[in-house]
Structures are given as structure tokens and as C-alpha cells.
Design a binder for this molecule. Structure first.
Ligand code: PLP
Length: 396
């Protein structure tokens, strides 16, 4: 186990699955035609893109097919961030008389920072808070959503704690006020069952690199019938809804990754949650003063957010790194900042615990041996750091 990388940072990014890589290969040097070309060489690639679109649609329960049998509700994008921005932008364009966006205090910066920009442009943004387990304040949500609300945006599963939001109920609240509902499912897609039809979702964001497809590709589901104004104007690609020649290789990869995820969803859920629960139990038994963050009943299967009181998360990460163990403190995008993450702050996790929070995020490529190794290395690391922590003494 020594000298081996133990990668427990799968919410930051995942390895491309070997089957996905194989599916992509022909599209680099052999089948490199432009899907928009008239000739057959390009046209056959266009057909393969439509197949990838159906694979994505199938994973998220988007059952609509147009007269040609295509899953026209899926738009390929460059990443989850673009999908989030494009969804909110489209809703505001479709309901120009409404000037309000309701979202949550624990969204990813892909939503929150875009909303900050919208505030600068004159829109009103209301952030709904969460409780100590990261559960959304549904009463506050009901009060906030009104006839001026164009869109409600709430993530499916949180990237830091894994907490799942009751998206179907949130969508119903949005629709009652005549607003659209968008869900950022970047972390949830491929890990928990998603059914956009059943849950009445209007917009849903996905990112390739979180589910064993490459970086730099994403998808946005847009319910049919919604007037969609693109974020990126250009050629007629993606039925005129997203300009720019498609990232063909990655789109094929995303389709394949979705197909694999759909087939193994239940089995992988059981596998990952089993590994994670056993790991957490070991830590709870061997390390005093720790807490597991999030809604433990409704969580993404492979996410474990653990707060170790009175020490710095960065120091833990550095000592784990010595053993080749990769994890993360807060979300990847906020690493480098010493402030506890906005998610933990919104949950009112005390500072002494929030500072020492590590996110372990698992994938199908992790195994029990690896997690046992991490669970064995952690207690002496934590004890050593607490020995030199002034806060630990104060607390005794
Ligand atoms: N939304 C969530 C919940 C995420 O976790 C991330 C990435 O960490 C994103 C959006 C952004 O996705 P991408 O890296 O594809 O832009």
C-alpha cells in the first residue's frame, strides 16, 4: 500500500473509465469528421452524438424523443459550470418580467458567483439557508418564491457533504409560483437515481469529469417547450442552442459514462455507501471529538465529510499526502483559502470543527483495503496534530 496513490477526492474529479476511453479513441484520428458537415464522414459522427445524447437522457429519466428518435432535451456543453450559467440565464430570458432568482446558501460557486454577477446587473437573489445537517429550510423557501421569481435553483446533492435536497418538493414550490426549477446534479448524476420527468425538473446540469468521463464536457437538460436563449451564440450546433463545434470525443465519452453509470447505479450505490459507512464507523471508534457532517439519512453514497476538532484541515491533508492519500478540505474550488467553506458556515458548524474538516469522496475504483489503510493512518496523524494544537489544550 505504501507508495501507492489512494485517491479519495472523487468529488473534485474522477478517473476516466477504461471503457469510456476505449469508446472515445476512434474519434481522435479515424472518425474525426465534423458532425455539422454534409458528407457521410461527418454525418456518421452526428449520428453517434445523437446516440450519446440518448445515453445521457436515459440516465436522468428524460424520456422524450423527437420525431427522429433523438433526445432533443439534452444540450452538450463544456462543463457543469456552463450548464448552470446557461440554465439560469435562459430562465431569466424566458421570463423577462420576473427579476428574482431563489437559490440556496450551499450551492456551488458555478451558481453562486453567477448570481452575484446577476445582482450587479440589477436582479434580486435570495439565498435560502440550511440547518446543521445541511437540510434546506423549506418554510423559508416557500416564503421566498413569489410572482417575481423567474427561477429556483437548488442542487441535487451537495459536493461537500453529499446532502441530498428534496428536489421534487422544491420543483413543486417553484412551479406553484410560475417559476422554473433548475437543479445542479453535477455530483448526483450517476450516483443516485435521477428522474427529471417524475420530479418535474425544467433544467438539470451534469458534468462529465465527475462520473468517469473526461474534463471539459457537460450537459444541460432543458424541458421541451421552454423558450431557450443560448449563453453561447455561434453556429447551428445543438439545435441552435449552443454555438461551437461539438467536443466530439468527450461527448462520446460522456454518453458511454452515463450508460455505464445507469447499468451499475444500484450496485454501486450499495458498494460505495457500504465502504463509506464502515470507514466512518472505524473513525468514530478510534478518534475522539470528531463529527460526520451532512444529512446522514439522505446522502450521496460516496461522500464523507468529517470534522476533526481543534486542528487545521490543511495540516491533515499534508500528512495524509505523505502516505499518498488524496482527499480535500472543503470543496476543491475553495482550497487555498483558510476560511471554512461557505457550506460548513451555512450549516453553522463551529469554527473549531469546520477548520478541521476533510472530505473523503469515493468512486467505484476504491476498495476496502484502501479505506482500511486510511482509517489506520488517521488516528496517529490526528493525535500528533492535536498535541501541537493550542486550541486542543484549551478544550481539555
Ligand atoms: N456544481 C457542483 C455541485 C460541482 O461540484 C462542480 C464541480 O466541482 C460544478 C458544479 C462545476 O462543474 P465543472 O467543473 O464541470 O465546471
Amino acid at each position: 500500500m505504501e507508495n501507492k496513490i489512494i485517491y479519495l477526492d472523487n468529488n473534485a474529479t474522477t478517473a476516466v473509465a477504461p471503457e469510456v476511453f476505449e469508446a472515445m479513441k476512434p474519434y481522435f484520428c479515424e472518425r474525426y469528421g465534423n458532425p455539422s458537415s454534409i458528407h457521410r464522414f461527418g454525418g456518421s459522427v452526428a449520428a453517434d452524438i445523437e446516440n450519446a445524447r440518448r445515453q445521457v437522457a436515459s440516465l436522468i429519466g428524460a424520456s422524450y424523443r423527437d420525431k427522429d428518435g433523438n433526445a432533443a432535451e439534452i444540450i452538450f456543453t463544456s462543463c457543469g459550470t456552463e450548464s448552470d450559467n446557461a440554465a439560469i440565464n435562459a430562465a431569466l430570458q424566458a421570463k423577462p418580467e420576473r427579476k428574482k432568482i431563489v437559490t440556496t446558501a450551499v450551492e456551488h460557486p458555478a451558481v453562486l458567483h453567477f448570481c452575484e454577477e446577476l445582482v450587479r446587473k440589477g436582479y434580486q437573489v435570495e439565498l435560502i439557508g440550511v440547518d446543521g445537517q445541511g437540510r434546506l429550510d423549506m418554510e423559508a423557501l416557500k416564503k421566498a418564491v413569489d410572482s417575481d421569481t423567474a427561477i429556483v435553483s437548488a442542487m441535487w446533492g451537495n459536493n461537500e457533504t453529499g446532502t441530498l435536497f428534496p428536489v421534487k418538493d422544491i420543483a413543486a414550490i417553484a412551479h406553484e409560483a410560475g417559476a422554473y426549477f433548475h437543479s445542479d446534479a453535477v455530483q448526483a448524476a450517476g450516483k443516485v437515481k435521477i428522474d427529471v420527468d417524475e420530479c418535474n425538473i425544467d433544467f438539470l446540469s451534469i458534468s462529465g469529469h465527475k462520473l468517469h468521463a473526461p474534463k471539459g464536457v457537460g450537459a444541460l437538460y432543458v424541458r421541451r417547450g421552454i423558450l431557450f436563449t443560448p449563453l453561447i451564440f455561434g453556429g447551428h450546433q445543438e439545435r441552435g442552442r449552443r454555438g461551437g463545434t461539438e467536443n466530439v470525443t468527450s461527448v462520446i465519452g460522456l454518453g458511454k459514462a452515463c450508460e455505464i453509470a445507469e447499468k451499475s447505479l444500484d450496485e454501486e450505490y450499495r458498494y460505495l455507501s457500504g465502504l463509506r459507512d464502515e470507514f466512518e464507523q472505524k473513525l468514530l471508534k478510534t478518534i475522539p471529538r470528531i463529527r460526520i457532517n451532512g444529512d446522514l439519512e439522505h446522502r450521496l453514497p460516496g461522500t464523507s465529510s468529517v470534522s476533526f476538532e481543534c486542528i487545521e484541515g490543511e495540516s491533515i491533508l499534508m500528512l495524509l499526502d505523505v502516505f499518498g492519500i488524496c482527499a480535500s478540505s472543503g470543496s476543491a474550488c475553495t482550497t487555498g483559502s483558510l476560511e471554512p467553506s461557505h457550506v460548513l458556515r451555512a450549516m453553522c458548524i463551529p469554527y473549531s470543527a469546520a477548520h478541521g474538516t476533510i472530505r473523503f469522496s469515493l468512486s467505484r475504483y476504491n476498495n476496502k483495503e484502501e479505506l482500511d489503510f486510511v482509517a489506520e493512518k488517521l488516528p496517529p496523524i490526528i493525535a500528533r496534530l492535536r498535541e501541537i494544537s493550542p486550541y486542543w489544550e484549551e478544550k481539555q
